[in-house]
Write a protein that binds this ligand. Structure first.
Ligand SMILES: Nc1ncnc2c1ncn2[C@@H]1O[C@H](COP(=O)(O)OP(=O)(O)OP(=O)(O)O)[C@@H](O)[C@H]1O
Ligand SMILES: [Mg+2]
Length: 344
């Protein structure tokens, strides 16, 4: 099949293999997705859950082919999405994927029908046909009574449903929604959640990034993008590290906190140009690495022994018990500072 063809088989599984996205932010590199893998079956509703900054929007952007990953593969049915070019890329973005943004992105001066017509008009569909299709879609999302309402006269939930109708214009195989319920109250959320659930049918996959755990029971699959792994388990452990060896690397998931017993551990940030920035040196009695397990973040720096060293590693719960009183508030303050300068 040619790369520009829209696969017509109903078996349009989504296979994501070793997907890595690296951004350069200022002068250091951020890697929200690091060899990420997932397999979603046709007809499934998938939730992407995870703390702010864990890479949900990044993954949706890669799936929408708005962002080119650093490496890895995204296959939808027979189509390799990474590396699509020119007309094949345009076709994919316009016809194969439907994207629903958090902020609706409706045009305030246009009514519901006209908003849904917009992408069809842009694709050259005649006005009459576009209006008919738009009306049909708005009826499908339960807005048959609101066709000529402008966004300003509709509730958040209704506006979100207009945005969903607009994303369905080309019967996309992949529907991507980024925090679709974030601006809605609990009554409005209900309609939007049901609608997204109903959209996931054979031949179509719906991927929703959300903080809204009310959607969890409805999902066929939940992908937890946060970096924490079994954060509360395991007894304290003494570890010896030879000079030059790493305890953890920037970008790794992290579930342990470290206290230095002997030697020196340096915390370095890997810069985009391949150089390193020395952030801190932890000496006996100092602790480090608490931010990743506390906040479900990836390690924001690499920890490496400067000389032969000994550390004790703690699960976060045990660590809370040994640090001085009031220190959790202290940690949260440090977390706010360190999100930018990194010592997690
Ligand atoms: N264009 C960019 N340039 C540099 N860094 C970026 C860019 N976009 C995102 N990032 C970084 O990549 C990481 C993942 O961001 P992303 O927006 O995917 O997170 P998210 O899970 O959608 O968060 P939220 O729940 O807050 O929407 C963050 O650390 C973010 O700062
Ligand atoms: Mg996001």
């Amino acid at each position: 099949m040619s790369p520009s063809a829209n696969p017509t088989t109903t078996e349009c599984d989504l296979k994501i293999t070793d997907l890595t996205v690296e951004y350069t932010s200022g002068d250091y590199a951020v890697r929200p997705l690091d060899r990420f893998n997932a397999h979603v079956h046709s007809g499934e509703l998938v939730l992407l859950l995870g703390a702010s900054g864990c890479g949900k929007t990044t993954l949706l952007s890669a799936l929408a082919a708005i962002l080119t990953p650093t490496s890895g593969s995204i296959r939808l049915g027979d189509l390799e999405v990474v590396g699509l070019r020119r007309s094949a890329l345009t076709h994919y973005r316009r016809q194969t994927v439907g994207v629903v943004f958090q902020a609706f992105n409706l045009v305030p001066s246009l009514n519901a029908v006209e908003n849904v017509m917009l992408p069809m008009r842009a694709a050259g569909v005649a006005s009459r046909a576009a209006r008919a299709r738009s009306t049909e879609l708005l009826e499908q999302v339960g807005l048959g009574e609101r066709l000529s309402h402008k966004p300003g006269t509709m509730s958040g939930g209704q506006q979100q449903r207009v945005a969903i109708a607009r994303a369905l214009v080309h019967e996309p195989m992949l529907v991507l929604a980024d925090e679709p319920t974030a601006h809605l109250d609990y009554i409005q959320v209900d309609g939007v959640i049901r609608l997204l659930r109903d959209l996931a049918q054979p031949g179509r996959i719906v991927v929703v990034a959300t903080h809204d755990d009310r959607m969890v029971p409805l999902a066929d699959k939940v992908i937890e993008l946060s970096a924490h792994a079994a954060p509360e388990s395991g007894p304290p452990e003494s570890v010896t590290v030879a000079a030059g060896r790493e305890l953890f690397r920037q970008g790794d998931p992290g579930d342990r906190v470290y206290v230095v017993d002997g030697g020196e551990i340096e915390l370095v940030q890997m810069l985009a140009d391949g150089h390193e920035d020395l952030l801190a040196v932890a000496k006996p009695g100092d602790y480090f690495g608490e931010l990743a397990p506390l906040f479900g973040l990836r390690r924001s720096a690499t920890a490496r022994a400067r000389c032969d060293s000994t550390v004790t590693t703690y699960a976060i719960r045990d660590f809370r018990a040994i640090v001085h009183p009031g220190s959790v508030a202290d940690l949260i303050t440090r977390a706010a500072d360190a999100q930018s300068d990194g010592n997690g």
